[in-house]
Ligand binder design. Sequence first.
Ligand code: NAP
Length: 562
Amino acid sequence: MATAMAASALVPPAAAVTRQRTLLCVPATARAPREMAAEVAAAAALGADVAELRLDRLSGFAPSRDLPVLLAGPRPLPALVTYRWGPAAFSARGWCGGESPSCLPCTERGRASWPKWEGGEYEGDDEPRFEALMLAMELGAEYVDIELKVADKFMKLISGKKPETCKLIVSSHNYENTPSAEELGNLVAQIQATGADIVKIATTATEIIDVARMFQILVHCQEKQVPIIGLVMNDRGFISRVLCPKFGGYLTFGTLEKGKESAPAQPTIADLINVYNIRQIGPDTKVFGIIGKPVGHSKSPILHNEAFRSVGFNAVYVPFLVDDLANFLTTYSSPDFAGFSCTIPHKEAAVRCCDEVDPIARDIGAVNTIIRKSDGKLVGYNTDYVGAISAIEDGIRALQPTETTTSPLAGRLFVVIGAGGAGKALAYGAKEKGARVVIANRTFARAQELGNLIGAPALSLAELENYHPEEGMILANTTAIGMHPNVNETPLSKQALKSYAVVFDAVYTPKDTRLLREAAECGATVVSGLEMFIRQAMGQFEHFTGMPAPDSLMRDIVLAKI
Ligand code: NAP
């Protein structure tokens, strides 16, 4: 399936196809009508196009009393009214009403895994629910959402009574998986047959490649001029929420703030607008992103999206939560998925997945940047290496200016702690600059392996504590020790740090790690991992865009926002 839908299927519809801008909708989920109205006002102030009024969230909801508060009079935003079933109603009807053949039926497993906050909270009969939705229509709601399972019944009820201005969204939710493209196509047809104005399908990603099937359906619907909201829930489906404008999605959801999600992994409206520049995303927008697992913590989207925007480059940069790199690259093989950053744990697999690998990245055995060339071939690079080594060189030069062009690392004893992707990049880079490299690692066999590769002795971490063969040594930590939240940890005691003249820490959250603080107290020159982060990102930007990186802007963004 993945291969079958690759390149051609993920090409967005031609610009000639008429398309409206993807709407940004904020779910209003407060418990009281006035608070919900305040959420709508806040959503308008943040730049939303629509507010979803989740009637099932209102405590003691009385339609004739509460709906006028929400719908009558001038409103800051068009309203999408939803009155969603809750767990009890679901367990009576089955998982998503049993409308999808691949959906879990009413099994114990299904009920047990139903997370209440994800779904609706209404637990009564359909009739009062339908009456509330009809009243919302009369009061001028611009959109009403009804589940596919009961759509025919609702249609009969509203026959001839639905105001012209109200659009009916018929929705299907699958909290278990994302069906095949064929099944999704059949589902669209089934929803259209109810007379829906807008089709809504929300599925669940078990892998990020599932989202490609949803994009394929969006493209198909766009070509047929069928308005569709197609979203894939949970972290692995996150890209569906950001990239839907590229593929023609009618609407996407963004929360008012973190913690107010109405479905798993919804971004905030502020992030959609300000981080992902969603208003600028269209069919021609190139997609870049960071491939990792985990990846949600990465600050790279903040940095690259703002840098792209600053030079007018039509591209978006998203987090890709990837389990299997080869499958991901095969599935998202269209030219529009133009380049990737790679982080833990995929840097080594990336060497094998690229058609061509820069000789330095191949020697290091780690790729942190992948570019798709115009002929579709994937080329791998390593910008960690240049970023880290140049940061350390400049850190030393700043305090010990010299006239020579020789690297200040030449001839120095350079101790690398760690033998993973960053460790390899640092060890290789220092060796290239003429340093005498030593590797120390928790797993001694890995230290030996890297040592053998580049011709360097290996030490255990215990041996490192008393290692002091000469003055003026340089230390580079490339493990995650000391990284947030474990900010009180450090890879080497303060006593042992006294042997070093220069200390670099690849960890950059926090900027001032305990290692760097203690090294500075011992009188060493310290170089922050933030400097490496900025420089490796600038290298990636240049590979992605072919333009010089906006140096001071990227530096400012990192210092201000990361
Ligand atoms: P990696 O390939 O997974 O390697 C991790 C290394 O850290 C391994 O050598 C591992 O030792 C060691 N390690 C992990 N936890 C340890 C612990 N509790 N005690 C002792 N050793 C431990 O990861 P990576 O890609 O090299 O990244 C490593 C760090 O560098 C991360 O913090 C990452 O954020 C940072 N980094 C920063 C930048 C930047 O731009 N500043 C760029 C890349 C990476 P074993 O072999 O024993 O498992």
